[in-house]
Write a protein that binds this ligand. Sequence first.
Ligand code: CTP
Ligand code: CA
Ligand code: CA
Length: 669
Amino acid sequence: MSSSQHSFRGSSPAIALAQRRSRFTYRNLTQMASYNTACPLRVVAHVDLDCFYAQAEMVRLGVPEDQPLAVQQWQGLIAVNYPARAYGIGRMCTATEARRLCPSLISQHVATWREGDDKWAYRPDAAENIATDKVSLDPYRLESRRILAVIKEHLPSHLQKVEKAGIDEVFLDLSAHVHAVLLERFPELADPPPHGDSSEPLPMPSISALDWQADALVDLDDDHAEFDDPDWDDVAILVASEIVRNIRAAIREKLRYTCAGGIARNKLLSKLGSAYKKPNQQTVIRNGAVRHFLSGFKFTKFRNLGGKLGEQVSQAFSTESVQELLAVSVEQLKLKLGDDTGVWVYNTLRGIDTSEVNPRTQIKSMLSAKSFRPSIGTVDQARGWLMIFVADIYARLVEEGVLENKRRPKTINLHHRHGTQTRSRQSPIPQGRFLDEETLLGLAKTLLNQIVQEGHIWPCSNLSLSVGGFEDGISGNMGIDGFLLKGDEAQALNIGPRARVEAEGSGLPHQAEKRRRMDDGGIQRFFTKKETPPSLGSSDSVLRENGGETLGRRCREVGSDGNDGVDGPSIPDEGAGAQANDQKTAAGGHPCARCGACLEDSEALQSHQDWHFAKDLQEKERGGLAFGNQTSVIAASPHSGPWKTGPAGPKRPGRPKKTEPGQQKLTFG
Ligand code: CTP
Ligand code: CA
Ligand code: CA
């Protein structure tokens, strides 16, 4: 990265300084280069886009920055820009309430898939067509990918460790990059340790004051003072902060998005940091400021403590305050929560988190679903929806590299709900030949036929299609030439909507269009009956699994379309306590026995339960990955998580179901 020595003020290479020693050793410095998660000089950043979907619409529509804008999904709002927030508009508002609060509000409906159209589009009448439209988040996924690309461009290719942590957020382990910058700026660090002993302390940094520029710099703990000479952890965080500032500036300049950043020693702290000052700011939490920073939080705001585990802890100790829980000994925590969880909570409260920034977060399954209100009653209607689901899923498979056969799913599942009865059918996806949209649709229809043959399946209130069991690389008998489709060839074969967008640009023929028209006489005939949408309407959902983390629809959006790629507290299995804040709670509503969410009516409750059902299936599929990379610092092994899976199976006392509530639902891409 470009050197900015100006950040280091008051260089004072005094002899006295040279004689004083750092708290850190040569070994610690080396650990930085290898991304050692226990390294005390580790630097991690979290970058989160401001009001992401809203910004995506502002950028797309060329809306001035001070124009209030919200993103609408049926009658609800799913993203609100900061000018609109100033009017008191939030995600809890309906579109009507929001316009009352701010008559000049632009309320842009999300793009939808629709009958007869094989591509999502922005439609002025989408909000009224809840019964026949399905939300598409593809525009945001595309923007998300562009943003990720800019981030990666601004990091040296051999020194990047980037984790897509949600549709609008990433974690960056900047340790190795910062290590390289430190060696460049402080050549004395490259000297061998005295006596060749790497446990020798480093010399102190040859500077006495750091220029933090305009960052929100969290105040130091009481026992640290600003005039203390900075040590290498401070310098490392300063360098990381410069890197993040440059990345944010590049995203702004190239794509016009603003984002917030958090820079600290781990994921837990950096994520809290990025949310600390929004929009368009970055917060630096130095090691000496951690205690002070955390003491003001409720621990239920922490990654992994937002859900059931957080609830369990707050019930066990009758508090949500970090400050109060700091007084509880590790023994007491272990007693109430079990050994592993107790230790993990103890560490987390102290800002200790050695979980990896994991760039290999791969999708494990994809689901596309719709809850019908009113219910559907014919095979033709169901088939029409299967076409939409397949188009939706295939577009995401293309992103995953199915055309190049980089990754492909092994199984396809169809779930069908009639009254309280849910039926599912699964089939393998034939390997050994190119996977196209038609193959998937054929399989989905076969599964539907199997269900249809059972009889008594109408009306149907929910259908969901999912693919899973992803595998890398070439499989089956086909030779490499037959399998690896690249460039134009791949594009020509690509029949997904995204591919069509690409094909349009390249002037390639739209083979898919022809095929689709031939198929079953076109999708439009499945949607001839237009019914007035009920107040809350049908719900779609998109669940994705990413590196062991389920991506799911927010609970508050039960009754409206689902979203993936978002984070926050309202996923059903994160616990009712967390959801309550984020959910439209209807007085005298219909509570979900699973998570306590309160739904407006029985139909909404049923949709919600479908969500649980689909999610359970995914959980089953993926097995126990959660918390695999959490590491307890107090526990002896730096690589054993508190919920380590032993020979006897997972031992996960009171663990939440997902790995990282803050970062689930991926989906940069
Ligand atoms: N999102 C959603 N439903 C929610 C929460 C989030 O659909 N209950 C979507 C939003 O549209 C949002 C994106 O996911 O734009 C990212 O979510 P998040 O980072 O939590 O919020 P932002 O809208 O980006 O706002 P902030 O500036 O606070 O990050
Ligand atoms: Ca955001
Ligand atoms: Ca986010």
